[in-house]
Design a protein around this ligand. Structure first.
Ligand code: ADP
Length: 288
């Protein structure tokens, strides 16, 4: 089964064109949807999750027309929204059991709820109130509610925001386990999320798809065009004026700049093997 998005467009009442002729084919596995804030990721995720309508285009999940056969899609869907933020005083177990009931799980529900709590490492905390959970525990609960009922399409929208590095690693491991068996779309503005997890990806900005493919196809396409140089802060402005600086990182307090250019710049620059950040920033800057 694949998710096939064709020429999808959406303009909000205030005139913002959040999706502009988006076409993507999303196979089974972990798929990264990468874009800066405001790119249109949530709009796309919510449309695929049948929570809002598009103006034009189509979305198909296998045989299902996602935009019209909403009930059929919902039966196959697990969704962790960006603002999954209601943390009631009831226990993790009771909440997950309630959500499982809403998803239509009947017989064997207790066993499935317990197995899911085990899987996301919350079994020992099952009797605690969700309101008392840490950020990482909340996100793991969020993925548990998305996964209960064996969905074939799982959508997680900016799931690593606010997690500390240890929590983020545990969450990554959990996602990559799940992602082997279903279509899992991970929407994020964090390049590292996609780099570590996804076999296929797209970069979107201002509602448009700037790149779709495997991360290594993206890096290969800009090979030989990324150059780096360590400079002083005082040299920054002159370099920005002269070169197409795509990113700046401070290393030990000193700016390390990456520029995009086809021919060797000289001037102390050295060739840099492109990584996914270089792909992302050069696409966003409209260079590659
Ligand atoms: P992302 O998830 O990538 O941050 P969104 O899909 O949330 O992007 O937003 C895309 C654009 O649409 C942004 O410019 C945002 O301000 C705008 N937008 C999102 N939701 C609405 C809405 N309900 N009404 C009007 N504009 C919206």
């Amino acid at each position: 089964m694949e998710l096939e998005i064709s020429s999808l467009s959406k303009t909000y009442a205030n005139g913002v064109r959040a999706l502009d002729d988006v076409s993507l084919t999303i196979p089974r596995g972990m798929y990264g949807l990468l874009g800066p804030n405001g790119a249109g990721k949530s709009t796309l995720m919510r449309t695929i999750a049948t929570l809002q309508d598009a103006d034009q285009g189509s979305v198909r999940l296998g045989e299902l027309d996602v935009l019209t056969q909403k009930e059929g899609v919902r039966a196959l869907l697990g969704y962790l929204p960006q603002d999954f933020g209601v943390y009631p005083k009831i226990s993790a177990y009771d909440m997950l059991d309630h959500l499982a009931l809403l998803k239509g799980l009947g017989q064997g529900r207790k066993a499935q709820v317990e197995a899911m709590l085990e899987r996301v490492n919350l079994y020992e905390h099952r009797k605690k109130a969700l309101a008392s959970f840490s950020g990482g525990m909340r996100q793991r609960f969020g993925i548990a509610q998305a996964l209960i009922g064996n969905p074939q399409l799982v959508i997680v929208d900016e799931p690593t925001a606010g997690l500390d590095p240890g929590e983020r690693n545990r969450f990554y491991n959990l996602l990559s386990e799940v992602g082997e068996h279903v279509i899992l779309i991970l929407s994020t503005h964090i390049v590292q999320d996609v780099m570590e997890l996804c076999t296929n990806m797209a970069i979107i900005n201002r509602g448009r798809v700037l790149f779709a493919g495997r991360p290594e196809d993206g890096t290969r396409a800009i090979e030989g065009r990324i150059w780096r140089k360590s400079i002083t802060k005082a040299e920054m402005a002159a370099h920005e004026a002269q070169y197409r600086v795509i990113s700046t990182k401070l290393i030990g307090g000193r700016p390390l700049i990456h520029i995009y250019q086809e021919e060797a710049p000289g001037d102390g620059f050295i060739a840099s093997a492109p990584d996914l950040e270089d792909v992302f920033f050069s696409k966003i800057a409209g260079l590659a």
